[in-house]
Write a protein that binds this ligand. Structure first.
Ligand code: G16
Length: 543
């Protein structure tokens, strides 16, 4: 079959963000736009000739078209085989699992995560390495550089591959194997968790609800919770994936997962609720009338790891992103484990896991995971909780309040101001930077500022340095106010304010987080001029 070299010219702005290249679908639909990025990836990842590539996505609009384009380009570029999820579907953690299990060279994951989907909404693509994890900055920067000088890309002309049923076919000498999207991942989960104990729990009067939000986890959750673990039919809500996610915003938090929140905070609420996001890597955990912050969830899972068969032998260490609360640090200290603080972005955990430094990782942005794959994993986190609940035979709320009593409570909240003018957002952070010296030693909301800085990270494995990863105001008692710009948005800027204060006194641990943090919330606005500059009087989303 003839390989075509198509002449092209660079597009501006193809630099991958926190997690790959995310843009409006309309941007991706421009002639050559996707092809330029894919060819730039292929040109930047070394010698893959004859090797295997994994391709899959969250099923959103444009997923199938993009998959066909990639298959043809992979064949033209010399891959020996592509493993592709049936109907183009692989959740992000499942893609990571498949890359690792079949020793693939790498993978292309098609997703814009929790961002809405549809012709007017978002699409995204990222490259994952042979360890199953997102490409590190050295690779994403090389890809970006290549996008700036690309002159041609290679493809072949052939009919689209039938992705609707599993099986093997060949295009231009390259094997295309369409695989069951769920099977490998479900098998991995079965190897880590006590499915018998969870089955017994679900057969008792314990009740759970899982909201797949019409996104990719529907088939995974239905297979695992209902078919394998025996949860009643209907346990999985919104379980049929749709190309526009049913018009929703599949971000598992108290704002966007309101359907599930209404159930868990309603009359006769179930004991346990959970939701996942567009591509299945995020999770939200709820108890009966009770919200578990992602930071606390990581700490609780780590503290109870010995109850889960896959981690019974112990965990090596814990990592969290810098804005994530210090709750996990307290667990690590008590367990005598190392704890690492990385910039935002799951890609920063890869080296630590590959080097055996950490087993579990988590982020405040509803991401939790372990070294079983190299992505955060929504259903894994839900299964951790189910396993712990099955072993401890108590409620979600009791597990959390006992945890706080033992380790102290890190009151925590994130306030997001979305769609802000980019110049104004940059100024908000600069206003705080300008006071780095004058703030030190002063009191804000009754606590003394110890230091201020721009967070910088030196990777302990490869020595790479990532600077300007968030503006921090750090207090003497460990409390923090952090300002950061999101790296995943597709229009305007999103300012994130992370607020954290520590409370050791059990008598004071029962407050609503917003009330407990009220002084910090006001102080954050005072020192940054946030509301005046953004023209907003309240955050778009509070988590
Ligand atoms: C991505 C990254 C996460 C990050 C999150 C938020 O998640 O993988 O590591 O915490 O974005 O990033 P930001 O604060 O820069 O918007 P996902 O689920 O969107 O792929």
């Amino acid at each position: 079959m003839l390989i075509h070299s198509i002449a092209t010219t660079p597009f501006e702005g193809q630099r991958p963000g926190t997690s790959g290249l995310r843009k409006k679908v309309k941007v991706f639909q421009q002639e050559h736009y996707l092809e330029n990025f894919v060819q730039s990836v292929f040109d930047s990842i070394g010698d893959y000739s004859g090797q295997t590539l994994v391709v899959g996505g969250d099923g959103r609009f444009y997923n199938l078209e993009a998959t066909q384009t990639i298959l043809k380009m992979a064949a033209a570029s010399g891959f020996g085989k592509v493993l592709v999820g049936q109907n183009g579907i692989l959740s992000t953690p499942a893609a990571s699992c498949v890359i690792r299990k079949y020793n693939a060279y790498g993978g292309l994951i098609l997703s814009a995560s929790h961002n809405p989907a549809g012709p007017e909404e978002d699409f995204g693509i990222k490259y994952n390495m042979g360890n199953g994890g997102p490409a590190p900055e050295s690779v994403t920067e090389a890809v970006f550089e290549q996008t700036g000088k690309i002159e041609w890309y290679q493809t072949i002309q052939c009919d689209d591959v039938d992705l609707s049923s599993t099986g093997t076919t060949e295009i231009a000498g390259m094997t295309v194997e369409v695989i069951d999207s769920v099977a490998d991942y479900a098998e991995l989960m079965q190897s880590l968790f006590d499915f018998d104990a969870i089955r017994d729990l679900l057969a008792s009067d314990f009740r759970m609800a899982f909201d797949a939000m019409h996104a990719v986890t529907g088939p995974y959750a239905t297979t695992i919770f209902e078919d394998m673990l025996g949860a009643p039919k209907g346990t999985v809500m919104n379980g049929v994936p749709k190309t526009d996610f049913g018009g929703g915003h599949p971000d598992p938090n108290l704002t966007y997962a309101h359907e599930l929140v209404d159930v868990l905070y309603g009359e006769d609420a179930p004991d346990f609720g959970a939701a996942s996001d567009g591509d299945g890597d995020r999770n939200m955990i709820l108890g009966n009338h009770f919200f578990v912050t992602p930071s606390d969830s990581l700490a609780v899972i780590a503290a109870n790891a010995e109850l889960i068969p896959g981690y019974k032998a112990g965990i090596a260490g814990i990592a969290r992103s810098m804005p994530t609360s210090g709750a996990a640090d307290r667990v690590a200290e008590a367990m005598g484990l190392s704890c690492y603080e990385t910039p935002t972005g799951w890609k920063f955990f890869g080296n630590l896991m590959d080097d055996g430094k950490v087993t579990m990782c988590g982020e405040e942005s509803f991401g939790t995971g372990s070294n079983h794959v190299r992505e955060k994993d929504g259903l894994w986190a839900v299964l951790c909780w189910l396993n712990i609940l099955a072993a401890r035979k108590t409620s979600v709320e009791a597990i959390i309040t006992e945890h706080w009593a033992k380790f102290g409570r890190n009151y925590y909240s994130r306030h997001d101001y979305e769609g802000v003018d980019s110049a104004a957002a940059t100024q908000v952070l600069q206003n705080v930077r300008d006071q780095f010296v004058s703030l030190c030693g002063t009191e804000l909301a009754g606590r003394t500022v110890a230091s201020c800085d721009d967070f910088s990270y030196t990777d302990p494995v490869d020595g790479s340095v990532s600077e300007n990863q968030g503006v921090r105001v750090l207090f003497e008692d460990g409390s923090r106010i952090i300002f950061r710009l999101s790296g995943t948005g597709t229009s305007g800027a999103t300012i994130r304010i992370y607020l954290e204060s520590f409370e050791a006194d059990t008598g004071k641990q029962g407050m609503d987080a917003q009330d407990a943090l009220a002084g910090f919330i006001a102080a954050a606005d005072d020192i940054s001029g946030l509301q005046k500059l953004s023209g907003r009087d309240k955050p778009t989303v509070i988590t």
